[in-house]
Structure formats: C-alpha cells, structure tokens
Design a protein around this ligand. Sequence first.
Ligand code: COA
Length: 377
Amino acid sequence: MTVDKESAEPVVHHGLEGVLAFESEVAFIDGHAPELLVRGYDIADLAHNFGYEQMAYLLVYGQVPNADELAAFNTELADLRPLPGPVLDLLRTAPASAHPMAVLRTAVSLLGVLDANADDIDQDSLLAAAKSLTAKFPTLVAAQTRLQAGLEPVGPEGARLGHAANYLYMVDGTEPAEPLRRAFDAALVLYAEHETNASTFACRVVVGTESDLYSAVVAGLGAIKGPLHGGAIDGAMNMLVTIGSADNAAAYVDAALAAKRKLPGFGHRVYRAGDPRASELREMALEMAAAVGDSKWFDIAIAAEKRMAETKGIIPNVDYFAAPVLYQLGFPLNLMTNVVASARITGWSAHIIEQYAKNRLIRPRARYTGERGKRLS
Ligand code: COA
C-alpha cells in the first residue's frame, strides 16, 4: 500500500492511474514518445508488414512464425471458423433491441458452455481455446452484421481466404478487393493489443481467481462494450454522421465542449501527445476514402480534429479514424465495437496465458469513507 509521506494516509490512485499492477512481456506503451511496442515490435511496423494471423501468432506464442508455422496456423484457424448450431440459433433469436455487444458476449459465453474442455487451464488447453475464439469471433460478428440487415449469414470459406479476407467475405458475400482487404487487415493488427487497458485488466482479474478463459473473455467483452473504452468507436462514427458535413464540424465541437460533453474518439488515459495507432488510421482513412471514391467522412473527421486541437488541444485516439475506415468497409454504426473486440481477442489471450503462467490473485484495497460505529439497536 502506498502511503502519503506527509499525512501517513494510504494514497488512493483514482482509476488506478499510473499504477503498475503486474509485469508483462506482451506490450509496452510510452505515452510521451508516443510509442507502442507489441512483443518488442513497433505497432506501425506490424501494421505495415503483418497480416492478422501473423499478429495473432506473435501474440499468443510470443514469437514471429516461420513460413511453415504460419501455414499450419492459418489452416488451424480456418478449420475452427464455423459456429456450433446453438450459437447460430442464439444470434438468430436474440431480440433486435439487444445491444450487439451483449449478444456477442452471450454467444462467447455459450461457446464456453459448449466446450467440454472450457475449465482446463493448462497451457495447451488455453492455446486451443484462444485459437478457437480467434477464429470464431469474425464468424460471429459477420453473422450479426448480416442478420441485422435481414440477410442470411454467409458461412466461412476455408484456408483459401485469409482471416481478414474471409471476414469481409462473410459480411458482404463477395471476396474483397485487395486494397480493402489490406486496410482491414491493418486495422485488425492495430486493434489486436494495447497493454493494460480496461478490458485486458478485466480479463486478468478473472484469471487471477483461476477461473476459466471463457469467463475472462466474457469479462473483457463487458468492459470493452463501454463508451469510454471500445464503445467509443460506435460513438465516434455516430458523431461524424450527426455532424454531417465538414462545414458543421467546428460549431459541433464548440457546442459539445461548451456543454462539457466528451467527444467520442478523443482523449486517452496514457497517450497525451498522440496515439500512434491513430496516426496510422488517419492515413488509412484517407486511402479508404480514395479507394471507395468518397472522402466525406474523412473530411468531417479532419475538420473536427482541427477544431479540437485549436480549442481543447485533445488528441484523436485509435477509434476516431478507425470509425470511417470500418464504416466504409461496410460495418454498420452499432457493430463497430464488435469488430474491435474480434481483433482484441488475441491480445486478451496473450495476457490471459501470461497471467495463468505467473498468477497472483488481483485484490486491491479501498480507502473507507463511510461511517463507523453504527448500531442496529
Ligand atoms: N472530449 C472532450 N474533453 C475531453 C475528452 C473528450 N473526448 N477527453 C478528455 N477530455 C478533457 C476532460 O474533460 C478533462 O478536461 P478538464 O481538465 O478541463 O476537466 C481533460 O481532458 C482530462 O481528461 P480526463 O477525463 O481526466 O482523462 P481520463 O484519462 O480520465 O479519460 C478517456 C480518458 C479516454 C476516458 C477520455 O478521454 C474520454 O472519455 N474520451 C472519450 C471516449 C473515448 O474515445 N474512449 C476511447 C479511448 S481509446
């Protein structure tokens, strides 16, 4: 417990800001540089050179795969893509009013119920469950996307299509053009891992009790759903749609700030000078606008970013430019957080495996501010 030197009172770290809760070899963030390393590699390097399968392998196995390892991993993931019948039934019968992240969270919980080895927490079983979820998340989210649009789900292709290409194929029913596949692959890589963010911390807290991987991922999904975390991407795209045109952006930002509203897609607990993922996604949003011949969303985003910089000096985070990228790839306004979660599964898995390997129950304390000495009689 940290104690204040002057008052000798225990120090409360509100929001656990600046607290190091454990040691990790998965990712490193320098919020000032700014820099994000995953397994020692710079995130921009990974986004430019890796497909999502390589990123997934790097995260869960801790090293870059050679050609044979990657080929075997791709085949393994492709074989794991189909969903069990009861999970598809759940997606079909969930009420339209349910939050898409609540449906995804429930579907993952059901996958755990259907996995006879769900409670095995030895390294091989953990890897098997992590690979199964990595492969199945896109099938879940693509089916959600199509069912919401009143369309039948499109089942996964085999290993002929890579992870990102197959994902877009299951959304659209046609194989994506190469620039779109590449952009999506890079977005998934950028979202795969981000150190001790709230959802990853939630996963590690669950593992700390020696509960199972599915329970940990369900906790991660519950955390990432929130608008201050992964849910910000849906909020960011809704904001761009509400702004409607680049000419309206400054007035919108001014009004929101005057009303003390937080703009989704801006600000970060750790990065104060810039989010390295946002810089990549800004470039990608521009390329996407060119690829689909529509720069409206990019133009609005740039105009609002400029106004935020001029007024409050707050940086766009990963979700800001990812929103128009995913929207122009065909994902609807209320399903982008689901896409983010489908990428983050490998980061969660890496942390879950690491936490089991050197586990200590995570159990912080609170400073009591309630009353004392009360009596019922
Ligand atoms: N819009 C407007 N103002 C913002 C802001 C935003 N998105 N994010 C932070 N601020 C302001 C705060 O109001 C505060 O201003 P003040 O000092 O005048 O009171 C200042 O910046 C510091 O913010 P704070 O709330 O202390 O930062 P935090 O570390 O607690 O919060 C977030 C970080 C991410 C929760 C916060 O920036 C936020 O809510 N962003 C929007 C949601 C989002 O995009 N989340 C995804 C993160 S990847």
